[in-house]
Design a protein around this ligand. Structure first.
Ligand code: ADP
Ligand code: MG
Length: 746
């Protein structure tokens, strides 16, 4: 049993503005626990200007400042947890912090670069690498991905996700057995035999989560996501199975209701998140108080699911993510306070071992047989009746698996029954004779030259050829991956008008810059992979030639025994060298493949997002057109106000997710009339009621004309008023304004 308090770490997100620097300091004395000091700016302390410098100090196991890389985070925080999971203990890593502080970035990773991949992909990579190294144990890995939104559980890996909306899928519910163990009904477990398979599941879940998200239901900030890696392992022949679970948790934003301050639907959601994080807090308070008999785990779904992680059988780690800017001081302090409480909780992790009854029966049967055999020796009674057909078949199976087993230490266990021992010898002799008859070429060699290694060579050659075949397959998979680069597939389904609008929309959209960048990286990686593949093929043919040479040498050797050993020795060492080169190159190619696949998945996700945002934008434009067509003499700014939130009136809030790419504000200038006139002239003369929002291609081209007209007007305007417009927080995804373009390229 390992007793340990929950480990707490802090990670500070990079700030855009330099001025924020005086707000905190990190004191990292080698001997002491690191300290994070948050300094309250004077104008915030007590709400009036005073000279008192207020500061708060918080202790953490380690504090990662703005420059900390994803690799550092993985090495320091996740790797030790992954190691204990591999050893058979449960582990949990959860990120806690306000929206925008970097929880998703830390747990899953950034959406752009391969180097930005977060704890989940790195942990998967590490775990599979370790499992591959340990061939003495049999492992199985399963993945589940749960989202908890408004106290309801959703299976992000449910295959029906594509066809149905989130609400229509069966909810994941909690069941408790008499031993108070939690079981999740309707949460699917997917076996993942490789890193790639597990990564695909992660991206599938993330994409499903994105598809379900609408501007009104920003699940990503309001829901908790629990990605779980279930590991089980067993020694061959043993009936004991070890199970360990690793939960990687991206919690909902921890901001308070008062700050959210919105009505209707959003308020319900805000209340819920707070309710669920509030229950988490209550559980943590209860746990940190000594002698508390009742811990209110059952109050919320999240605390029920994470019950083992909180004060139970688990090694748990918390990452407090902090966005240390002046306006976030309150939230940052509250995140740190929460972490201090969490650090008081003691967990007791035990090895989760269990006896598999099926395996136990097999083991006991074997034991009984062994005891019977021993008894027979002891009593001196040997059995004389003939072995049954079933027994003979069983023996032959044993011999086959014994011969196939590459382990030099493997044994053919038939007990002490002399009938069985005789049969084994008999059968082996038969096999050997059969082989001699069928493999004449090797026989002559074996007879003539006792030291001849031809049979071994044949075997090795075959193995090498299998490996080469496998490598060739890998290379062709790589080529296939590249051929599937973002295509025009999705555009083919659109009308011409929409396609053109999509091009306009895409042009300055931040995500298409990412897609383009990644496409370039992918191409580069692919040419690297291709060059490497060619190089590998070259080495491969060298190896094959080398293999052929000594083999012909041997047959010549028989005729001309004077073949110099030296030459063969040289060829051998060259071959070894080529084999080493081959191995290095192949390892490199494999790493490239993982990177290519990751980039591919990132791009698919970005493409999906782009398409989704385009649809939203298109509908919005269609609505604008409809409004304008219904009231053709309305001033254009009314159209803008009714359908597009004017950006200038939005508070500058980095936490607000940029869902819809809205156009720049239409500046109030004397040019109103001309704008109005050109817009109206571009509006088709059609009663508004007959303008469907989507589908009809005639309407689509009307919308396109409308978009284009507005675009050219706004471009002109942006040139005239660029100095005035710079103060506005233009969205990254602004497809209209020049400033938007400049920003998105950053
Ligand atoms: P949260 O999940 O807490 O709401 P995100 O992880 O989505 O926050 O982060 C908000 C934004 O900040 C994202 O665009 C993300 O890429 C960026 N970000 C967060 N942490 C970092 C970091 N350590 N380095 C670079 N960018 C970061
Ligand atoms: Mg997030």
């Amino acid at each position: 049993m390992v007793k340990q308090t929950i480990q707490i770490f802090a990670r500070v997100k990079p700030t855009v503005r330099k001025q924020q620097q005086g707000i905190y300091s990190i004191d990292e004395d080698e001997k002491l626990t690191p300290n994070l000091e948050i300094i309250l700016p004077r104008d915030l302390a007590d709400g009036f200007v005073n000279n008192k410098r207020e500061s708060y100090k918080f202790k953490f196991q380690k504090i990662f400042d703005q420059g900390a890389s994803q690799e550092t985070i993985f090495e320091n925080i996740a790797k030790p947890v992954a190691e204990s999971v591999l050893a058979g203990y449960n582990g949990t890593i959860f990120a806690y912090g306000q929206t925008g502080s970097g929880k998703t970035f830390t747990i899953t990773g950034g959406a752009e670069r391969y180097s930005d991949r977060g704890i989940i992909p790195r942990t998967l990579s590490y775990i599979f690498e370790q499992l591959q190294k340990d061939s003495s144990t049999i492992h199985t890995t399963h993945i589940s991905y749960l989202e908890i939104y408004n106290e309801c559980g959703y299976d992000l890996l449910d295959p029906r996700h594509e066809a149905s909306s989130l609400e229509d899928l069966p909810k994941v519910t909690i069941l408790e057995d008499p031993d108070q163990n939690i079981h999740l009904k309707n949460l699917s477990l997917h076996q993942a035999a490789t890193e790639e398979e597990a990564l695909n599941l992660l991206f599938l879940g993330d994409t499903n989560r994105m598809i379900a998200e609408t501007p009104m239901n920003q699940a990503s900030t309001r829901s908790h996501c629990i990605f779980t890696i279930h590991l089980s392992s067993k020694e061959p022949g043993s009936a004991t199975v070890r199970h360990a679970k690793l939960h990687l948790v991206d919690l909902a934003g921890s901001e308070r209701v008062a700050k959210t301050g919105v009505g209707g639907q959003l308020l319900t959601e805000a209340k819920y998140i707070n309710l669920s994080l509030h229950y988490l807090e209550q559980v943590i308070i209860a746990l940190s108080e000594k002698h508390r008999a009742h811990i209110p785990y059952r109050n919320s779904m999240m605390t029920s699911v994470l019950r083992d992680s909180l004060g139970g059988n688990c090694m748990t780690t918390m990452i407090a993510t902090l966005s240390l800017e002046k306006r976030n001081i309150d939230e940052s302090i509250s995140t740190c306070r929460f972490a201090q409480r969490v650090a008081l909780i003691k967990n007791e992790a035990v090895l989760n071992e269990e006896i598999d009854p099926r395996l136990m029966i097999i083991r006991l049967q074997k034991e009984i047989q062994e005891l019977k055999d021993e008894l027979a020796i002891f009593t001196g009674e040997q059995r004389t009746e003939a072995l049954s057909d079933a027994e003979l078949l069983q023996l032959e199976k044993l011999i086959t698996s014994f011969l196939d087993d590459q382990d030099p230490e493997s044994r053919l266990e038939v007990g002490t029954d002399m009938r069985k021992i005789h049969h084994c010898f008999h059968h082996l002799k038969k096999l050997l004779n059969d082989k001699k008859i069928h493999g004449k070429s090797t026989v002559s060699c074996e007879i003539k030259d006792q030291d001849c290694q031809e049979p071994l060579k044949e075997e090795e050659y075959k193995k090498l050829r299998d490996i080469l075949q496998q490598r060739d397959n890998e290379i062709s998979i790589l080529s296939k991956a590249i051929r599937n680069l973002p295509s025009t597939r999705m555009r083919e389904e659109m009308s011409l008008g929409r396609q053109e609008a999509f091009e306009i929309f895409k042009r300055d959209h931040a995500d298409s810059v990412t897609i383009e960048d990644n496409k370039q990286i992918l191409k580069q990686r692919f040419s690297e992979a291709k060059a490497l593949g060619e190089s590998i093929n070259e080495t491969r043919s060298k190896i094959v030639t080398h293999w052929r040479l000594p083999s012909t040498g041997v047959s010549e050797n028989i005729a001309m025994p004077s073949m110099p050993d030296l030459l063969e020795e040289k060829l051998r060492s060259q071959l070894e060298e080529e084999k080493r080169r081959y191995k290095t190159m192949f390892t490199h190619l494999k790493a490239l493949k993982v990177e290519i696949e990751h980039l591919q998945l990132l791009m698919d996700k970005a493409k999906m997002k782009l398409q989704k945002e385009f649809e939203a934008w298109w509908t919005e434009e269609a609505t604008s057109l409809q409004v304008l067509a219904a009231a053709p003499f309305t001033a254009p700014e009314r159209v803008g106000a009714s359908t597009h939130r004017p950006m200038s009136s939005q508070p500058c809030n980095v936490n607000a997710r940029k869902i819809l790419p809205s156009p720049s504000p239409i500046p109030h200038s004397q040019e109103h009339n001309s704008t109005s006139a050109s817009l109206e002239s571009s509006v088709p003369e059609r009663p508004a009621s007959s303008v469907p929002l989507t589908g009809d291609s005639q309407t689509d081209s009307d919308i396109l004309a409308f978009i284009k007209a507005r675009q050219s007007i706004l471009q002109k305007k942006c040139k005239c008023t660029s100095s005035r417009a710079t103060g506005h927080p233009t969205p990254l995804t602004n497809p209209w304004g020049q400033e938007g373009k400049g920003q998105s390229k950053k």
